[in-house]
Design a protein around this ligand. Structure first.
Ligand SMILES: [Zn+2]
Length: 768
């Protein structure tokens, strides 16, 4: 036995040595005989036995290659917000020759310096590139190197990030089972190489409905050559909202590691610079092209195309015509290579999923911010959100919204605007939640105004519908659309100057100086600015929400009539009622955010007469509290129509409506809000409400005013005492607030003592 083993061992050793010797003499041609070759950026070789070779040419060594990894197919119910087309990784790599091996390394562009600057040595050694893979050179040629990439693509290799740690832990996902994994295809084109492979993982705790303890994914990697001549960068100006790439420059003259942002944008260059400079509209050398997903239902295609090409009017302000083009997916005959995962095609993916959303991601050159490709995602069930919201928010003033079967042209118009919003993201624009506060509330009731200007200055605000317009208002626009801010921001980001980034920075600064303080062109993120709220419209949250609630009361009265189909059940009514509560809640919260609010107006030093952070005025805050007394603290009986609730809720809705009041109450008396109010009143400009005044107001409106409190009002009073006790125990609450809290508890106690009945007896006992 022993002998035989040694014998076998010897044979193996011999054959290995022999094989190596053999390989040394083997050329690429002899090694890849019978394999399928695809020539392009990287010449690839594949066969039916899961082999994948890369031929690394001399000029590919050191080239910066962007790798984008996406899921092409994935298991059902695997993870929210992951779908076919989702990106799992995006990074830059480089092949390097290291002795007899080819290394695959990751490259970062965050920390930079001038190459001639001695500090570049330090930047380099302090940013050592991680090695993602090391591959033996298996051929004999000395000017091109054949490497075997099979096992790299037969597992979840470094840089792929296919299984995220959350799902890995959650489903107890193990390693890749190579017997059930495949290299599907390798296709090369002049600028990119596409690798498609299938990986199968074992899952010890697979989700319900998956009895196979298996997850399979098909994954696409796009390897693309970064542009040879990098696009000129454009510096960020925080007064105009833009997606950015961060850089740290160690060669800067500033006495620090100079951190700055450059914007992410497409490369648009005039095809005729002379004509462009004369002010003529000129086509770009390379327009932005979006293909529709082959799965897009035919009846919606025209709305998708309009949503994409709507941006042309904004690009015209920047001097370009036909800058963005929507196309149907090509047929097999027109383009046999077409695949939505291929980096050369930007697409609008149509995803059959129950998710109610849409997304606008993009891929950009990390050196310059140049957007190279983008895949917008539309989830089919988003239609449902739009149908419901349209009915609830506009139904009172808009007869055609009073149905579950929204007319096709109107739902199409809403899809068009969603696509336009997502395209906006893919053009580089983030949300601008301040935009909707530019228009006076009463203008939103005007037909001529809304038809011309829409309902917010940009499509990038979450201003979805016009909920302000009242039943007798005429010719109103109810759905959002692009506005003047979009023209302005696109011009700022895309106007071509042909000058250095530094020179352009000055020109663009002046452009913004003139505009950014006009409400039409203001930009604002989230923060505590009541003018930068999501899903509100108009310049006055109190007035807008009063109109909104007045409309919602009409909708509540008619909800049964508008949503129950003959001989059908009440499921739709139930869903709509639930969302109606959500709409009511939003209107209330828009007002609540005025309390302790701080206006934020980004500007530069030379824009005189402005202060960045200012407290919301006391009168405005008191107005908000008055609104809340009437529309939140007082019981909202219109939300509890027995004839409606009795058809849909087995346990009624008292508890959930009280819960809504309570969460608003706890929010207004949150530690962070109270501390902020105290700090901002002492140290920021403006004349705001004090914490004492807020607590006194709540005491009056919640405890003192209702003479005969009903169940919900009693519960709020009890909650008030409980909240005071909680806050007294909060270490983080500024102690100077605690005395007025204690004072209030004492007042509640005294008042409860004076008033009779069992509720006040209880209130008295807990406020002891
Ligand atoms: Zn968005």
């Amino acid at each position: 036995m022993r002998k035989i083993l040694i014998f076998v061992f010897c044979i193996n050793l011999f054959s290995n040595v022999y094989a190596q010797k053999e390989n040394k003499q083997k050329t690429i041609d002899s090694l890849t005989v019978d394999m399928k070759i695809s020539e392009g950026l990287i010449n690839t070789f594949t066969n039916d036995e899961n082999k994948l070779y890369f031929e690394i040419s001399e000029n590919l060594l050191g080239m910066e290659l962007l790798v984008v990894t996406r899921l092409a197919q994935l298991p059902g119910n695997y993870a929210g917000y992951l779908n076919a087309g989702s990106k799992t990784a995006e990074h830059v790599v480089q092949f390097e020759k290291h002795g007899k091996k080819i290394l695959l390394k990751e490259v970062s562009f965050t920390n930079i310096s001038d190459e001639e600057d001695p500090i570049s040595n330090s930047v380099s050694v302090n940013n050592f590139k991680p090695i993602l893979g090391a591959f033996d050179i298996i051929n004999s040629e000395s000017d091109k190197y054949l490497i075997d990439m099979s096992s790299y693509f037969m597992s979840d290799s470094p840089g792929f990030n296919i299984v995220r740690s959350y799902e890995k832990d959650n489903y107890k996902i193990g390693g890749v089972d190579k017997k059930r994994s495949f290299i599907d295809s390798a296709r090369s084109f002049p600028q990119n190489t596409e690798i498609l492979h299938t990986l199968t993982f074992t899952a010890n705790k697979a989700p319900r409905g998956n009895n196979t303890k298996t997850f399979s994914f098909q994954v696409n990697h796009s390897i693309i050559a970064l542009p040879e001549n990098p696009m000129p960068i454009r510096y960020e100006d925080e007064r105009v909202g833009w997606f950015t790439v961060n850089k740290i420059n160690y060669s800067s003259d500033k006495l620090k590691s100079d951190s700055y942002n450059i914007i992410r944008r497409w490369r648009l260059e005039p095809s005729d610079v002379g004509a462009y400079n004369r002010g003529e509209l000129v086509e770009p050398i390379k327009p932005i092209v979006y293909y529709l997903d082959p799965g897009t239902p035919l009846k919606w295609r025209k709305y998708f195309k309009m949503g994409i090409e709507d941006w042309n009017s904004a690009f015209e302000k920047a001097g370009f015509k036909n800058a963005i083009i929507a196309k149907d997916p090509p047929s097999k005959e027109e383009d046999p290579d077409f695949s939505p995962e291929d980096i050369r095609y930007s697409t609008v993916r149509y995803v059959a999923s129950t998710t109610r959303n849409a997304m606008g991601p993009s891929v950009s050159d990390p050196r310059t911010g140049e957007i190279i490709e983008s895949d917008i995602v539309w989830y089919h069930n988003h239609l449902r959100s739009y149908r419901n919201r349209y009915l609830l928010e506009t139904g009172a003033a808009n007869p055609s919204a009073r149905t579950l079967f929204t007319p096709e042209n109107e739902i199409g118009e809403m899809m068009r605007q969603v696509i336009a919003h997502e395209i906006g993201h893919a053009l580089g624009l983030p949300h601008n939640m301040k935009a909707s506060s530019a228009y006076p509330v009463d203008s939103l009731r005007s037909g001529t105004f809304t038809q011309k200007y829409g309902i917010a200055t940009t499509i990038m605000d979450y201003a979805r519908y016009n909920y302000v317009a009242q039943p007798d208002d005429k010719n109103i626009r109810f759905v959002r659309q692009l506005g003047p801010y979009d023209d302005y921001s696109i011009e700022w980001g895309y106007r071509y100057f042909g000058k250095s980034p530094e020179e352009e920075k000055e020109i663009l600064k002046n452009f913004v100086d003139e505009k950014s303080l006009s409400p039409m062109y203001m930009f604002g993120g989230y923060g505590n600015d009541p003018n930068s709220q999501t899903e509100n419209i108009g310049d006055d949250p109190v007035k807008a929400s009063l109109y909104g609630i007045s409309n919602l009361k009409i909708v509540a009265k008619n909800l049964k009539e508008w949503t129950i189909e003959p001989k059908e059940n009440y499921n739709e009514l139930n869903e709509l009622y639930g969302e109606l509560i959500g709409v009511y809640r939003r209107y209330v919260y828009h007002v609540l955010n005025l309390v302790g609010g701080i206006y934020d107006t980004p500007h530069n030093e030379n824009q005189k007469g402005v202060v960045r952070y200012v407290n919301v005025d006391i009168d405005k805050q008191l107005q908000a509290l008055k609104f809340m007394e009437k529309n939140l603290w007082n019981t909202q009986n219109w939300l509890m129509d027995k004839s409606l609730i009795s058809q849909i809720k087995a346990e009624g809705v008292l508890g959930s409506l009280q819960g809504l009041q309570l969460s608003a109450f706890n929010r207004i008396l949150s530690v962070s809000k109270l501390n902020r109010m105290l700090s901002a009143r002492e140290s920021l400009e403006g004349d705001p409400l004090s914490v004492e005044e807020l607590i006194e107001n709540l005491f009056k409106t919640i405890v003192k005013n209702p003479e005969n409190p009903d169940l919900s009002e009693q519960r709020l009073q009890i909650n008030f005492v409980e909240r005071i006790d909680e806050l007294m125990g909060e270490e983080k609450l500024n102690p100077s607030i605690k005395s007025s809290l204690l004072d209030t508890k004492y007042k509640i106690h005294k008042l409860a003592k004076r008033r009779g009945g069992s509720h006040y007896k209880y209130l008295k006992s807990i406020s002891e």
